[in-house]
Structure formats: C-alpha cells, structure tokens
Design a protein. Structure first.
Length: 195
C-alpha cells in the first residue's frame, strides 16, 4: 500500500468523514471505469460505484495492511457487479462509451491515432471471453499489478499472467485480421476508382 493510501486508511478507520470524500475523489474514476468495462451501463455503474464506497466504509477494518487499497476497492466493485448480475440488474456498456485509454503522444496527430486505434482496440477487447477481458482490463486499464489482479479475481498471479498473455494473443490476431480486411477493402476501392 502506498504511504498516501496508508494514511487514508488510518483516517477512514478513525471515522474521518473527509477521508471518505478523499477516497472517492482518488478512486472514483478507476472504480467507475472498471464497472463499465465489466458491462454495467452508465447508470448502473454509478449506482454500483456508490455501493462500492458504502461497502468499503462499512468494512474498512477488513482491509489488511499488506493489501492494496485500490485492488481491495476493485474486489468490492467486482462483487457488487456480480451481485447485480445475479439480481438481473446488469446493464450493457457500448464499447464506444467506455472511459478513454491513455494518449499515445502529443499533438493533433496523436489524437487522431488514439481515436482510430482506440475504437479498434475497444471493439476487439469487447469480443474477448470474460475472464480474459477482465484480467486485461484490471492490469492495463486499472494499472493493477499481476498480484493485485489475482487478489481481485481470487486466482494466482501466474494464472493472471497466462490470461493476459492469451488475451494479447487473441487481440493481436483479431486486429491483424481486421487490418487485413481494411487493407483489402481499400485496395478494392482504389481499383474501382481507376476503372
């Protein structure tokens, strides 16, 4: 746990309500984004984010010193999401509505590249099977370590590493096939334009 999170947890355990606000400010985007990636629509993700913080406030004493606050929150969010699925509250997030991924570089060219690449990657990630998609989202989109992802999913870090490796392989294959289709379509258009 980071020194900042250690202090925040200490403040939460002592009943400091401002610490609760700090917790939400620090982790809201990550928890909400993770719930969206799991498949919750915007309204459900917001509800589940709030439920996650309420549960965290109630159970702050259960957080172990050696645990990561962020992975602990993601575990709670995941459990809240799974409960909502069992209760029939599951929403469906469109891949175009998911939170933005990191910028590839400065300047307008970087923004154009991000937009097109981002769309293709999002569509491909949405096609992955659930366990691969979830491991990938936690590791790359939430910046959790393999150990932290394992803690959230309740599996060993080696299994997480294997899932991420398989997910990347599947993504690479899907994106290469898509590029080949796009290149073929572009060639056909070019040929048709010269006829």
């Amino acid at each position: 746990m980071t020194p900042r999170d250690t202090i925040l947890v200490w403040r939460l355990r002592s009943g400091d309500r401002e610490a609760y606000r700090d917790l939400i400010r620090s982790h809201h985007q990550g928890v909400y984004g993770y719930l969206r990636r799991l498949g919750a629509d915007a309204f459900l993700a917001e509800d589940l984010t709030q439920e996650t913080y309420a549960r965290a406030w109630q159970r702050i004493e259960t957080l172990r010193k050696s645990a990561s606050l962020r992975s602990w929150l993601m575990t709670i969010a995941r459990n809240e999401y799974l409960q909502s699925v069992r209760a029939g509250r599951q929403g469906t997030a469109g891949t175009e509505e998911l939170p933005e991924m990191r910028d590839p570089g400065p300047g307008p060219e970087g923004e154009v590249v991000l937009t097109e690449r981002d769309r293709r990657v999002r569509r491909a990630v949405a096609q992955l099977e659930g366990p691969l998609q979830e491991a990938l989202a936690l590791h790359y989109f939430q910046d959790l370590s393999l150990r932290e992802v394992g803690a959230v999913l309740g599996i060993p870090a080696g299994t997480v590493k294997s899932r991420i490796h398989r997910a990347i392989g599947c993504l690479r294959k899907m994106l290469e096939e898509k590029e080949t289709d796009d290149e073929r379509e572009g060639t056909e258009k070019a040929i048709a334009g010269h006829s």
